[in-house]
Design a protein around this ligand. Structure first.
Ligand code: AMP
Ligand code: ZN
Length: 113
């Protein structure tokens, strides 16, 4: 996807601070962190949103959650954390490449605003 911000980050065309990477997943520091620890975890294949997850590509979601567990352990988020996916306009999605926020390092309010 030529005009996708996160595809460009995955390709290294836009700089990012890498937190984790494997064959399926890339994770980087959010540019506007909402918690002391805030990673953005993305599939290395362009999937635009949760509405586009299918039986054919859903293994990427499993890989993202495997990565979330590793990232939490590697970054000592032993007191808990939150994994968030924003989908569409009402969900607050601003980048059209599926991504999961991993937030930790402080007590997070529930329900979110
Ligand atoms: P969302 O609002 O759920 O679509 O999340 C998009 C996230 O991407 C926001 O938290 C932004 O702060 C973050 N973001 C946007 N551009 C960059 C960038 N160049 N590097 C790192 N994070 C970014
Ligand atoms: Zn993309």
């Amino acid at each position: 996807m030529e005009d996708c911000l996160f595809c460009k980050i995955i390709k290294g065309e836009i700089p990012s601070t890498k937190i984790y990477e494997d064959e399926f997943v890339y994770a980087f520091a959010d540019i506007a962190p909402q918690a002391p620890f805030h990673a953005v975890i993305v599939p290395k294949r362009h999937i635009s949103a949760t509405t586009e997850i299918t039986a054919e590509n859903s293994h990427y979601v499993a890989k993202i959650f495997e990565a979330a567990a590793k990232i939490a352990e590697e970054n000592q988020l032993t007191n808990g954390f939150r994994v968030v996916n924003n989908c569409g306009e009402d969900g607050g999605q601003t980048v059209g490449h599926l991504h999961f926020h991993l937030l930790g390092g402080r007590l997070l309010a529930w329900p979110p605003g």
